[in-house]
Design a protein around this ligand. Structure first.
Ligand code: F6P
Length: 342
């Protein structure tokens, strides 16, 4: 009987449990034994596993987060850890491993696959910034949460005649900001792909004011930057994968808007609330389809590949493709959003 491992790495997101459920359910039908690796790559470094059977995946479809736990451990960052991963892969008796993650987790998966391990990747991230897939699960839930927050902030902004600056996640891509902003009817949307021109932002807000719209919503991506300026970093700290921790641009932006326009301005940083809670139907279905396809790739011995969404079809692509470049917001979408700014 083949033994197949599954791990979830990087930031969690709604839709991970549907993937695990899909892998286990289809895997058992194929006669495989499924082993859960705990806490991402950390679990393979430390040999921490849990058996996965029908019972373990019962009732998890609607649950956010991941029943396996996660970490931002990168085994290539610490001398000897990558070797430990390979040794434990053998010790656990894995015939194949399904790695569910974003660019970091899949980057590690790609390296290990090149070094000879049988690995299949599944893309996940609320940021939707992975090339080679049209959508990642987690994103739809995140934009729906952000949209609901914008709707709620609008009513209080209106009552108090205020500007509300809403900061959303997304790292160096503006997908969450642009899509939640369009859906929530934001008056200005600021994304990393377009440096912020503070004068232009204030002009837009003043123009709206002069037309009688005495409140506005400004949606800003955490990775947005001012023109010729420095990115605003949260305590300048790095995470375990070596990325800067973003966050905090909304405060600087709000201060500047209030100073330049005289309008009372408040800030809401949505933070991890965008990653929490129950997945939308879209994310449950995409996660399920990815999980079932991933174990299918194991069956067909298509290693070094990643499942992906192309239009309405689930396909597989080389892991190399997936981690090659960041998928950023296309300007056509931005132009659609911009129709509603002025
Ligand atoms: O990549 C997903 C994400 O939520 C980003 O949008 C955000 O910048 C980052 O993770 C936050 O990471 P952490 O959970 O380590 O604070």
């Amino acid at each position: 009987m083949a033994r197949v491992g599954i791990l979830t790495g990087g930031g969690d997101c709604p839709g991970l449990n549907p993937v695990i459920r899909g892998v286990v359910r289809k895997g058992l039908l194929l006669g495989y034994e499924i082993v859960g690796i705990k806490n991402g790559w950390k679990g393979l470094v430390e040999n921490e596993t849990v058996p996965l059977d029908l019972e373990s995946v019962s009732g998890i479809l609607s649950k956010g987060g991941t029943i396996l736990g996660t970490s931002r451990t990168n085994p290539y960052k610490k001398e000897g850890d990558a070797q430990k991963v390979k040794d434990n892969f053998k010790k656990i008796g894995l015939d194949a491993l399904i790695a569910v993650g974003g660019e970091d987790t899949l980057g590690v998966a790609n390296k290990l696959a090149k070094e000879g391990l049988n690995i299949v990747g599944v893309p996940k991230t609320i940021d939707n910034d992975l090339s080679a897939t049209d959508y990642t699960f987690g994103f739809d839930t995140a934009i729906n949460i952000a949209m609901e927050c914008i709707d709620r902030l609008r009513t209080t902004a209106e009552s108090h005649h205020r500007i509300m600056v809403v900061e959303v996640m997304g790292r160096h891509a503006g997908w969450i900001a642009i899509e939640s902003g369009i859906a929530g009817g934001a008056d200005v949307i600021l994304i990393p792909e377009k440096p912020i021109d503070i004068e232009e932002v204030c002009e837009i807000l003043k123009k709206k004011h002069s037309r009688g719209k005495i409140f506005s919503i400004v949606t800003v991506a955490e990775g947005a930057q001012f023109k010729e300026g420095q990115m605003v970093l949260q305590e300048q700290k790095l995470d375990a994968f070596g990325h800067v921790r973003l966050g905090g641009i909304a405060d600087t932006l709000a201060e500047e808007i209030e100073k330049r326009t005289g309008y009372e301005t408040r800030v809401s940083v949505l933070g991890h609330i965008q990653r929490g809670g129950t997945p939308t139907a879209f994310d449950r279905i995409l996660g399920t389809r990815f999980g079932v396809k991933a174990i299918g790739l194991v069956k067909d011995r298509k290693f070094g590949r990643m499942v992906a969404l192309s239009g309405t079809k689930i396909i597989d692509v080389a892991l190399d493709e997936a981690v090659k470049a960041l998928k950023t917001v296309d300007m056509e979408l931005y132009e659609t959003a911009a129709v509603f700014f002025g």
